[in-house]
Design a protein around this ligand. Structure first.
Ligand code: PAP
Length: 356
């Protein structure tokens, strides 16, 4: 069992190594993986940013592990009516939202001065369904998590099983999006750290071309954003669409929307006591990125036996507009034109909703 997912504070300290290190490869698992690899061999493939290849599965580019996770979600995951899923394209604010959602939902359980986030970082308190689903084969047991259970995924809305997304489902989704130019820069930095040293590095120019062509893990960027945007327009009570830039501008306003959407609105008394400010402060980039566990104090996330990420890699600059330091005017125009064309008629405008 994945002990570190328990709500009990002590349990946060002891994540189990996952997917390989601690597992005996069963015959059943081997057979599953053989079938998976046979299916993946039939898919279009392209250059991966972290791994050698990514594969186009149901319209989206995914690593082998991401496809495996998606199939396991379909085959074995049973959503509960109160589940809340945090969804995003990579590097658009997942870590921040994990911290905000976890601390908001659990604000009556923990003191802010002695909060599990301070000791473990946001990744360890909030399972990433795509990979944590196979902590134990065939599926990690998430039954013991308190309601509402919180899960993160980077998969597209249309890729997820209908048990999660159909009109009959009462599961909720929080989607966070970001200016694609900042997502590209952030992703390039992150993926090059994770890329195997045995593979040639992906230059920024190459990453830019791939990104514009939609070829990057969980991409194309615009299709995944549009999928969630349209779903949020159809069912605003089920899908909350947030923007990183709005959250940076008005974190308290956005946090209050988020809390209300999750069915945990702040009371007047809580607002007077400054609970909203406390949570914003606890989850701020400045606070989280300076914690020992997120700086180099040994905090790691082991997504698979080979993909181990130090907590500090989830914190880089935490700014809006860092793309200006990487993209030429021509590159900026190209992404902006793609964005304009792709989003035309959707009503969605990326970037801060209210400009000063
Ligand atoms: P993931 O997709 O791997 O989970 P995700 O958390 O979505 O990553 O994105 C990381 C980005 O959010 C980084 O952006 P940057 O590279 O442009 O700096 C990271 O710095 C930023 N980030 C992490 N935590 C916070 C936070 N608390 N507030 C604001 N930004 C944050």
């Amino acid at each position: 069992m994945a002990t570190y997912l328990l709500p009990d504070q002590d349990a946060f300290y002891n994540p189990k190594p996952i997917n390989g290190d601690n597992q005996i490869q069963t015959e059943e698992q081997e057979a599953y993986d053989q079938k998976l690899d046979a299916m993946i061999a039939t898919l279009p493939k392209n250059k991966g940013w972290r791994s050698q290849y990514i594969f186009r599965y149901k319209g989206f580019w995914c690593s082998r592990e991401a496809i495996r996770g998606l199939l396991l979600i379909k085959d074995h995951f049973h959503p509960q009516p109160t589940d809340i899923f945090l969804t995003s394209f990579m590097k658009c604010g997942t870590t921040w939202l994990k911290a905000l959602m976890f601390s908001t939902v659990n604000r009556h359980r923990y003191n802010f001065s002695d909060h599990p986030l301070l000791r473990t970082g946001p990744q360890s308190v909030f399972p990433f369904l795509d990979t944590h689903i196979f902590l134990d084969y065939p599926m990690t047991n998430f039954d013991h998590l308190p309601a509402p259970r919180l899960f993160a995924t980077h998969h597209a809305h249309t890729s997820l099983p209908t048990s999660m997304t159909s009109p009959a489902s009462t599961c909720k989704f929080v989607y966070v999006c970001r200016d694609p130019k900042d997502a590209l820069v952030s992703k390039w930095h992150f993926m090059r750290k994770l890329r195997s040293k045995e593979l040639p590095p992906v230059s920024f120019d190459e990453a830019f071309e791939l990104f514009c062509d939609g070829v990057s893990e969980y991409g194309p960027f615009w299709e995944i954003v549009l999928g969630y945007w349209k779903a949020s327009q159809d069912s605003p009570e089920k899908i909350l669409f947030l923007k990183y830039e709005d959250m940076k501008r008005e974190p308290k306003v956005e946090l209050k929307r988020l809390a209300a959407f999750m069915g945990k609105p702040f009371t007047e008394e809580e607002e007077k006591k400054g609970v909203v400010e406390e949570i914003v402060k606890l989850c701020s980039f400045e606070n989280l990125s300076n914690l020992e566990v997120n700086k180099g104090g040994g905090g790691v996330q082991k997504f698979t036996a080979k993909v181990v990420v130090e907590n500090r890699e989830f914190f880089r600059k935490g700014k809006v507009g860092d793309w200006e330091n990487y993209l030429t005017e021509e590159m900026k125009d190209r992404i902006d034109t793609i964005t304009r064309n792709k989003l035309k008629g959707s009503g969605l405008i990326l970037g801060a909703t209210h400009q000063t």
